[in-house]
Write a new protein. Structure first.
Length: 558
């Protein structure tokens, strides 16, 4: 049938125009990207400057952590990725809907759609021309179809999308925990640097003034040139060490401000009263902390979810081994006046099965099953790694505490000696003043070292919290975690008992083998001279049963 020529040309023209617009809008050159990047550069630079919300006030530790959680840009990006994951879950859920297609076709011929026919047999006489449809026709079709295979795959895809959305949430949670630790590190670096600046500002000024005094004493020959050189070197080295603390202040400020999502300048004031007191952290026993870490760490949940995603892949592969059954129904309405019925319904079922795809599905199922086993092993390996991190973080906390106690003792000793020297009436003259100034500088250095170690003590505590996956350890939180762990232990009692039985059986077998080996070596030691065997035999006896070595040696009188 021939359709209207104008309609055809108009349709072709529309399609061509749309294709041309898409092609033109999709092409971008390097200069386009260059201009776009320049606009972004100015936009982001000004936006970063306008994000300064400090107003020159002092920031506390909790306030800095809350601001970082609210305004940190990397964390915001991860939150947006969470939203994307949830939208993908909704999209997969909508994939379970059946297909609903509505089509309307209108045709108008330029002539009558007539045709002739020829009778088969009896001379093949030709019948006259006839028609069975109008020149102008309109067909309306509503088709509703449901594929059982597509529905099942969409169902499993929805579950997988939900797991991926939860994985995104856990990654954001873990990023927030790591951000908290980074903020704590930078915060105490800034706090210690602030105190160091206050401690050393006047001392460094006095230190610089002493160079002229040393030069004056050298010219007056009250000290020899070697003594003058040593005194100058001592003050120069001390000045270098003390000014390093000041130089680190701006770097720490820039790092802290960037973590808070602010313009990375070197201006920020923090509350340093934390360094005026020594905290007493009340921690549970190490075994309980390991169990808490295995319960709270987001990485472990992520591995469990990835394992579940692979389990669902196995189920999807099994589903694809079945025939694809498609149930459909449609409604058709035609304006053809020659038809006996102008409207009708149809209902049908169609089943198709691609038998040659079965080997591929079997191989894919085996691959995903192996991946599930790999995720199970990875879960245990990650759990062991988490427990090791808890042990290391706890040992670091104890070591930092001991280091602080040593630095505190050293500072107290130096401070007492300085007070005694200052109060002494025997200190007179320029040389004694130089020694006293040097004592002040050394005491200031020990005080700064004490402050840095105290800051590291706080950081070590928060690092331990980070390995546990917690924001704080209070009595309420600890009580709830204990109850949850106890309930989990009761639920897993059967598996724990099975694992204990396997361990006891394996240990008994090892002990039996070791006992047999020990008896053979014992006979060899008792019945043969000492020179007939080497040190390896003694090592084997000791490794088999150390407590019986003395008995064996007593039997042989050796």
């Amino acid at each position: 049938m021939m359709k209207k020529t104008n309609s055809v040309l108009f349709g072709i023209g529309c399609v061509g125009a749309v294709a041309g617009m898409l092609a033109m809008s999709g092409c971008k050159s390097y200069e386009d990207y260059r201009q776009e990047r320049a606009e972004y550069a100015m936009k982001h630079f000004n936006a970063a400057q306008y994000r300064d919300m400090m107003d020159g006030k002092k920031m506390g530790l909790i306030e800095c952590i809350e601001m970082a959680m609210k305004h940190n840009l990397d964390l915001k990006v991860m939150s947006l990725e969470e939203s994307v994951a949830h939208e993908m879950k909704t999209a997969e859920m909508l994939g379970m809907l059946p297909e609903l297609n509505v089509s309307n076709t209108f045709t108008d011929r330029s002539n009558v759609p007539a045709s002739s026919s020829e009778k088969v047999g009896e001379g093949g006489l030709t019948y006259g021309y006839s028609t069975s449809q109008d020149r102008a026709l309109n067909y309306l079709n509503v088709d509703l179809a449901l594929s059982v295979l597509d529905f099942g795959l969409a169902f499993f895809n929805t579950q997988q999308a939900e797991d991926r959305a939860m994985m995104r949430e856990l990654r954001t949670k873990r990023a927030g925990q790591n951000l908290t630790l980074d903020v704590v590190k930078s915060y105490f670096q800034v706090a210690a640097a602030q105190k160091a600046i206050r401690i050393t500002t006047s001392l460094l000024e006095d230190c610089r003034n002493r160079y002229a005094l040393i030069e004056k004493l050298s010219k007056a020959r009250e000290i020899d040139p070697f003594r003058a050189f040593d005194e100058t070197r001592r003050f120069v080295e001390m000045e270098k060490r003390l000014t390093n603390y000041i130089r680190s202040y701006e770097n720490s400020c820039v790092e802290l401000r960037s973590q808070l999502g602010l313009y990375p300048s070197g201006k920020i004031l923090v509350e340093d009263s934390y360094l005026n007191q020594v905290p007493d952290f009340d921690l549970p026993n190490i075994e309980l902390m390991e169990q808490i870490a295995l319960l709270e760490r987001p990485e472990l949940y992520e591995i469990d979810m990835q394992k579940h995603i692979n389990v669902l892949e196995c189920r999807k592969t099994i589903l694809m081994m079945f025939p694809n059954v498609r149930i459909y129904t449609d409604f058709t309405n035609s304006t053809n006046s020659f038809l006996y019925h102008s409207s009708w319904w149809e209902l049908g079922i169609r089943a198709a099965y691609n038998l040659l795809k079965l080997p591929q599905h079997i191989a894919r199922y085996q691959a995903y099953s192996s991946q599930v086993d790999a995720e199970e092993a990875r879960t245990f390996a990650q759990a062991v790694g988490v427990m090791a991190q808890v042990r290391i973080a706890h040992a670091n906390l104890m070591a930092t505490k001991e280091r602080f106690q040593i630095d505190d003792k050293v500072f107290t000793t130096y401070s007492n000696n300085l007070k005694a020297a200052t109060a002494s009436k025997d200190i007179t003259g320029a040389l004694s003043s130089l020694e006293l100034d040097h004592m002040r500088l050394v005491t200031a250095e020990t005080e700064i070292e004490r402050l840095l170690t105290l800051g590291n003590y706080y950081v070590a505590y928060y690092r331990l919290l980070n390995t546990l996956g917690l924001r704080s350890i209070d009595s309420k939180t600890l009580g709830g975690l204990k109850e949850e762990l106890a309930a989990a232990k009761r639920r897993a009692q059967v598996e724990i008992a099975k694992a204990q039985a396997e361990y006891d059986e394996s240990r008994a077998a090892r002990m039996a083998a070791a006992s047999t080996e020990f008896k053979e070596l014992e006979t060899k030691v008792v019945n043969q001279p000492l020179t007939s065997f080497n040190d390896v035999d003694f090592i084997a006896i000791y490794s088999s049963s150390p407590e019986k070595v003395s008995d064996v040696l007593n039997k042989t009188n050796r």
